[in-house]
Write a protein that binds this ligand. Structure first.
Ligand SMILES: [Zn+2]
Length: 373
């Protein structure tokens, strides 16, 4: 057995800030719901011959989540499902959330009505939770409200942001990053809002109003998260390449902009984090889906991006396993990578410890101005 080093001990014990996460399930579901939740990109039910368990994420669930449920690591898929089914989703949430070693959850509330909200995540985990406000949801609320669209958007955004720590845009899902992302004029906004309201004012895809929301988010000054890269196939992946944001970033001022997920554009995102003082990145979602290949991805995040610009997130949504697994795979991966740097004599162990703290929580606490616990 390898001796337990200070670095290994520190990585095991460090309390994380999960800077992008959604709610976990609260109500029971069948095995098909669970297996489909292990596939992000496919929007259809998995094919008859397929299983969500036969993937990097599925193997990681069996390896690392099975022991939390009292099973041996790598338990068979059938055994895992049988054991999981003995618990309610509330019990599973309490178990996995409290095992994650997370102190603060930053919750994007813009998706899913059947999952835990901010207060429920706080209660189930015993940790702190904070809201991230989705700009497209604010737009949809403004479209449904009476009065001038732009003024109403501003009022709703400021009211919701008063108790939130950041905003998020899913522009990647609503047409992508390519094309004009400058701020539209007041007249353009009024015309576009009137057209959209006439069509029902649901699911914003209007480019003018998406650009308006983005610039309102920038002006607010709270960190603005952007979905980048890997997601479901509703998003044209090639239009979610963050290099398409260059012009927007050049004019984005001081507001922190956080590029989420990033795969397979983590190198592009790392370059942007080096190129702009206000650009940050994380590897949430990707680390869970890459499973045993997570360390290679984490190593790529540590190529160009300055160490004070890298954040941690799980992007857990649905099964509470994902909120836990994100931290497990990140701890395993960062240890593997930094141990290699230290053993090769390229990094000192003291520097490795410091970088662990920055990514685990220091950077997020600074960017989101979270009070120390
Ligand atoms: Zn997400």
């Amino acid at each position: 057995m390898e001796p337990v080093t200070e670095l290994a001990r520190h990585i095991e014990g460090v309390t994380l800030i999960d800077q992008h996460v959604h709610g976990c399930w609260l109500a029971a579901g069948d095995r098909a719901r669970f297996e489909n939740a292990l596939n992000e990109a496919n929007t259809e039910p998995l094919a008859e011959f397929d299983s969500g368990f036969d993937s990097q994420l599925g193997f990681a669930v069996r390896a690392h989540c099975a022991p939390v449920l009292g099973l041996p690591g790598h338990a068979a898929a059938e055994d895992y499902w049988e054991r999981r089914s003995r618990h309610s989703e509330i019990e599973l949430a309490r178990l996995f959330l409290s095992s994650a070693g997370v102190g603060d959850w930053l919750v994007d509330t813009g998706v899913g009505s059947d999952v835990a909200g901010v207060a429920e995540l706080e209660a189930l985990s015993g940790n702190r939770a904070h809201e991230i406000v989705r700009l497209e949801e604010v737009a949809e609320q403004a479209a449904q409200a009476p009065g001038d669209y732009a003024a109403t958007f501003g009022e709703i955004l400021h009211r919701r942001a008063a108790s939130a720590v950041g905003t998020k845009s899913v522009l990647a899902y609503r047409g992508g990053f390519d094309g004009d992302l400058t701020e539209p004029s007041a007249a353009e906004v009024a015309r576009a809002a009137s057209r959209w309201r006439d069509r029902g004012g649901v699911r914003l895809r209007d480019r003018v109003l998406l650009r308006f929301g983005l610039h309102q988010g920038l002006r607010l000054g709270l960190p603005l998260q952007l979905h980048v890269g890997f997601g479901d196939r509703d998003c044209d992946l090639y239009k979610a390449n963050p290099l398409l944001l260059l012009d927007f970033l050049r004019r984005s001022g001081d507001t922190p902009i956080v590029l989420l997920h990033c795969y397979p554009y983590e190198r592009e995102a790392g370059y942007l984090a080096q190129a702009f003082n206000n650009v940050y990145l994380d590897g949430g979602l990707s680390i869970n889906h890459l499973g045993a290949r997570g360390p290679a991805f984490i190593a790529r995040l540590l190529e160009m991006a300055p160490f004070r610009k890298i954040l941690y997130s799980s992007d857990g949504f649905g099964p509470a396993e994902l909120h836990f697994l994100g931290t497990r795979l990140w701890r395993n991966g960062i240890h593997r990578v930094l141990r290699g740097f230290v053993d090769a004599g390229d990094w000192s162990e003291g520097d490795a410890l410091r970088v662990v703290d920055l990514i685990a929580r220091g950077n997020a606490a600074r960017v989101y101005r979270l009070a120390a616990r």
